[in-house]
Design a protein around this ligand. Structure first.
Ligand SMILES: *Cc1c(COP(=O)(O)O)cnc(C)c1O
Length: 360
């Protein structure tokens, strides 16, 4: 009997999502976002399969993620983009691991240019077009083109920007960001261009440019933060039933006595809790999937346990596995029930969940 939560990774579903996104992106390259350990699924695992599917560029956030991915990919000639760019003192490590920094400010441009002195290094340039997070403002990009000696030792191979509202096709900011990006990228005519994340790919051809950078929809989340039939579940999180019991009418379940049985209720106690990545905020709207139906969680999520309603479900016996997210319970739905997103749910699946790679 499996006695811990289990995270099953379906790499064929990952490949299918890659093909779906590639087709939707027209002729653009797909450069997967594999930051935060591949959205919690294992960056080496997902990047290895995505390489086999034809991906040649990958995005990480932290330097440590870039170094680990370079080691994992071995002698495969992948371009690994480092979204944090050049932080103080990181130049030598970035160069040694052949990472491509995404330069996010004039000081970062300056730092990479001085590091590169004498041996011309590649970089991507990030233009902020409305998110006000990382990236040069349009005015700063103009300043830069007026002082190209600041880029004397740097070869800008790619210009990127990031959409703030790509999961909302009708949001006015999308078109504004597209216009600003088109203007900014024209300042660097020799560089390739990249704007779209998962949601951006489905905003239309204008958003595709040379390269798209999907993350969440490779891993099973819909591009609009709701389930999408074109996207397959990659991650299945399950937990075994430890015990089935009957709660008499009027008694409560779990911490805080937050649920009181209005009827005699049969419940299953599952070996998963917030220490496995089940959001504590799943109470009171969360469910699991078992034997053809959604079964409501009852009472608060504990560190190691949750209780689930199995009244009238004879198949619910100790040892049986119940699905917390997966093909029958889309990660977007499970996230919404807990007031969060697929991104947060996936990246918080904890090490205690035993990783299994599905083989067909
Ligand atoms: C995380 C990230 C992406 C991927 O976004 P998804 O919404 O997961 O598709 C793309 N670009 C940048 C700059 C990112 O930080």
């Amino acid at each position: 009997m499996t006695e811990t939560s289990r995270l099953t990774l379906d790499l064929d579903a990952l490949a299918s999502n890659h093909a779906t996104l590639k087709a939707a992106a027209g002729g653009a390259d797909i450069a997967p976002a594999v930051k935060a350990d591949g959205y919690g699924l294992g960056a080496a695992l997902v990047a290895g399969r995505l390489w086999d599917e034809g991906a040649r560029g990958f995005y990480v956030a932290r330097l440590s993620e870039g170094l680990a991915l370079r080691r994992a990919l071995g002698d495969r000639a992948a371009t690994i983009y480092l979204l944090d760019g050049v932080t103080p003192g990181s130049g030598p490590a970035i160069e040694a691991a052949r990472l491509t920094p995404v330069l996010n400010s004039l000081p970062q441009v300056e730092a990479w240019n001085s590091h590169a002195r004498g041996h011309a290094l590649d970089a991507a340039l990030h233009i902020d077009t409305g998110m006000n997070r990382l990236g040069l403002r349009l005015e700063e990009a103009v300043v830069l083109t007026g002082a190209m000696d600041r880029l004397k030792h740097v070869n800008i191979t790619l210009v990127i920007s990031h959409l703030a509202c790509a999961s909302e096709p009708d949001h006015a900011l999308n078109a504004r960001q597209l216009a600003r990006f088109t203007e900014a990228a024209a300042l660097f005519p020799n560089a390739r261009r990249s704007l779209a994340n998962s949601g951006g790919i489905f905003l239309g051809d204008d958003y595709h440019f040379d390269q798209c950078r999907p993350g969440i929809s490779l891993y099973g989340g819909g591009p609009r933060d709701v389930p999408d039939t074109r996207i397959k579940a990659v991650a299945t999180l399950e937990a075994p039933i430890l015990q089935a019991r009957v709660v008499p009418r009027g008694e409560s379940i779990g911490y805080g006595a937050a649920f009181v049985a209005q009827e005699t209720t049969r419940i299953a106690i599952l070996a998963a809790g917030y220490a496995d990545g089940v959001p504590r905020a799943a109470h009171p709207r969360g469910s699991v999937w078992f034997d053809g139906a959604l079964r409501p969680m009852l009472g608060r999520v504990s560190m190691d346990l949750i209780a689930v309603d199995i009244t009238d479900c004879d198949a619910a016996r100790p040892g049986a596995m119940m699905q917390i997210i997966g093909p029958d319970l889309p990660v977007d739905d499970a996230a919404a029930a807990a007031g969060t997103t697929a991104y947060e749910l996936l990246t918080r699946i904890a090490p205690r969940a035993r990783r299994v790679v599905k083989t067909h």
